[in-house]
Design a protein around this ligand. Structure first.
Ligand SMILES: N=CN[C@@H](CCC(=O)O)C(=O)O
Ligand SMILES: [Mn+2]
Ligand SMILES: [Mn+2]
Length: 324
């Protein structure tokens, strides 16, 4: 269910004549094997990628399968990024958790264990999905690190609430209701802010569930750069009440022109620019503990456009997160 990344996986352009100045991510990233006892991160700033290779959530949610290839495509899209990280920063690839035999529940538990191993050893964790069922596994790892008196804030860039019932079975449509119920059972608050919601993409039932659980949200049409001050204000108010933030980026929040490679593309989805600006706000708070990028379906992508968008957002996340 877990495999470390094989040497040679990260490959790309080499500017040999430029020496250290020509360095790219594939030449700087270090492989981390989580089957062995995890050692504390030695670098001041250690950022680790962990893949969740899973189609089962999307399959159960009547979606279009292919998210299992998400981590592979995101790594490829990141490999040739120019290296501009400070000397105190180290970048790691901690391998992949696989969903086997359609056993989503077990795969999520395994993901939680690996996330916990990374966070407990001071790695800043970035999970590469997988469908949005990735979020519940990610959360299972985060919650073990969360002191009882700390408020967890969840910020989800998504066209969808993903608050579907999991009574029959969990899926990519249910992770945030699972998280909510888990937090509430533990006498904690469910603080959930969804950015980029499509009214046409969520039934009345989902809006009612969002209301019942006190979820806050911004509709996709309001996610515009001209509306930045109002968005910033809302975000800052949310962040101010939280101690720790978990951020999830569902690539289907973006307009299909930018993100065709997802199970449920949004023709009127948001522009990447506003997400980038808001991500910068979030990271600069210094409260972000973990982040994931989910729902990339490389089989439906066009010229790796969606993979490159996810990867480029991660470039900026890594660049900024390593400095806070
Ligand atoms: N991960 C969640 N996905 C959406 C899919 C919507 C659709 O297929 O149209 C959801 O469940 O709401
Ligand atoms: Mn989602
Ligand atoms: Mn979505």
């Amino acid at each position: 269910m877990y495999k470390p990344t094989a040497p040679g996986t990260w490959k790309g352009r080499v500017d040999a004549a430029d020496g250290e100045e020509g360095k790219r991510w594939h030449q700087g990233i270090e492989l981390l094997n989580l089957t062995e006892e995890t050692a504390p991160a030695e670098a001041d700033q250690a950022i680790a990628f962990l893949g969740f290779c899973c189609d089962e959530g999307v399959r159960r949610n009547q979606g279009r399968e292919g998210a299992v290839q998400g981590p592979v495509a995101l790594r490829q899209a990141m490999a040739s990024f120019a290296w501009h990280l400070e000397d105190d920063t180290a970048l790691f690839d901690a391998g992949d958790v696989y969903c086997t035999n359609q056993n989503l529940e077990e795969a999520q538990k395994q993901l939680g264990k690996k996330v916990h191993a990374l966070l407990a050893h001071t790695y800043k964790t970035i999970v590469l999905g997988g469908g949005h069922e990735t979020a519940y596994g990610h959360y299972l790892g985060i919650k073990q690190l969360l002191p009882q008196d700390k408020q967890l804030g969840i910020i989800n860039f998504d066209a969808h609430f993903d608050l579907r019932s999991y009574e029959k079975q969990p899926s990519s449509g249910s992770p945030f209701l699972q998280i909510a119920d888990d937090l509430l059972a533990d006498d904690r608050e469910f603080n959930y802010l969804c950015l980029g919601i499509q009214q046409y993409g969520n039934t009345q039932k989902l809006f009612n569930t969002a209301k019942d659980y006190g979820a806050d949200y911004v509709f996709a049409p309001a996610m515009q750069v001209y509306n930045y001050e109002a968005l910033r204000e809302k975000l800052q108010q949310f962040i101010a009440m939280m101690d720790v933030l978990y951020v999830s980026i569902d690539l289907d929040v973006f307009a299909a022109a930018y993100a065709p490679g997802v199970s449920a593309p949004a023709a009127l989805g948001i522009h990447p620019e506003i997400a980038l600006i808001l991500l910068q706000e979030i990271i600069s708070s210094g409260k972000m503990l973990a982040l994931d990028v989910v729902e990339l379906n490389p089989a439906l992508d066009i010229d790796n456009r969606t993979a490159k968008l996810g990867a480029s957002l991660l470039y900026h996340v890594v660049q900024q997160w390593s400095q806070v």
